[in-house]
Write a protein that binds this ligand. Structure first.
Ligand code: AMP
Length: 277
């Protein structure tokens, strides 16, 4: 496994790498969700490049950025064990050198939900993803359904800017009790960790209602909110929303849709979603 911290090293590697190349972008503190993306890429591709970079420009608070879990040494051991071809783990200065002023501005649905709760978040995501794509020139990029709006934003980005990459979306991997794996989960205290299970319980119960025939937007959202807020350790519900599964537009109470929610337990913010079809 090759490890690069500079774009020059990565460029030399990419220039002679066997194709197809698969890119798995991450912010590190790797867990089973990341591993499922990496393993899919290993099945599909001759060369697998994993990137580890906690991208400051997608955080709306410097405290959240500072507190984001980092575990690079453990991550490198995991990736070596997975036999990935290369890891790109740059410093800030290799990504945003002195004088850097460019940012991609995502509008429309990218400014709702996560984009509204975290202003500028998807501009930061779009900018870093574009840079990582330009540096690794992959045939395929692997993303998790766990971050459903991010998938939709990146699909839009590569379509709007004519970026030649195929996006492969992998299913959300969950703990036994349903909580989606997330790097942030390690920050939860024991009682918060227990309380966090309410998020998926509420989404799954609402999906059951939908499947039983209730397609009423307000009833589904209100019911989901009641379940989430029955848990006293949930400090805030940022949003609960149902959108068209294809394009994130308003759901017309017909056809497949995504139910998404974001909650806060203390300072820790968790998101999750389920497909309702
Ligand atoms: P992150 O390191 O949180 O930026 O995530 C890197 C990639 O892993 C993103 O494409 C995420 O959607 C994906 N991912 C994170 N958690 C999970 C999960 N529980 N299941 C599947 N994919 C995930």
């Amino acid at each position: 496994m090759q490890v690069y911290s500079l774009k020059s090293g990565l460029a030399a590697f990419i220039s002679q790498a066997r194709r197809p190349i698969g890119l798995v972008p991450t912010m590190g503190a790797l867990h089973k969700g990341h591993l499922s993306l990496i393993r899919q890429a290993m099945v599909d591709c001759e060369t697998v490049v994993v990137t580890i970079f906690v991208n400051s420009t997608q955080f709306s608070s410097s405290q959240d950025y500072d507190n984001y879990p980092r575990a690079v040494e453990d991550d490198l051991a995991i990736l070596k064990n997975e036999k990935v071809s290369a890891v790109y783990v740059p410093d800030d200065s290799d990504i945003y050198p002195l004088g850097f002023v460019t940012s991609i501005n995502m509008k429309g649905f990218a400014q709702a939900l996560e984009g509204e709760a975290r202003p500028g978040h998807f501009d930061g995501v779009a900018t870093i993803v574009t840079k990582l794509l330009n540096r690794s020139m992959p045939d395929q990029m692997y993303l998790g359904q766990k971050d459903a709006q991010q998938v939709a934003v990146i699909r839009r980005l590569v379509s709007d800017l004519d970026i030649p990459v195929r996006i492969v979306v992998c299913p959300t991997i969950r703990e036994d009790d349903g909580l989606a794996f997330s790097s942030r989960n390690v920050q939860l205290g024991a009682s918060q960790r227990q309380a966090a299970t309410i998020l998926y319980k509420a989404l799954a119960a609402t999906r059951d209602r939908y499947r039983a025939g209730n397609h009423n937007y307000h009833e589904l959202i209100d019911g989901c909110r009641r379940i989430i807020e029955s848990e006293k350790l949930i400090d805030k519900t940022d949003y609960i929303e149902i959108v068209d599964a294809e394009n994130f537009t308003k759901w017309d109470e017909k056809g497949p849709c995504l139910l998404l929610a974001a909650v806060k337990l203390g300072d820790i913010r968790l998101i999750d979603n389920v497909l309702m079809d």
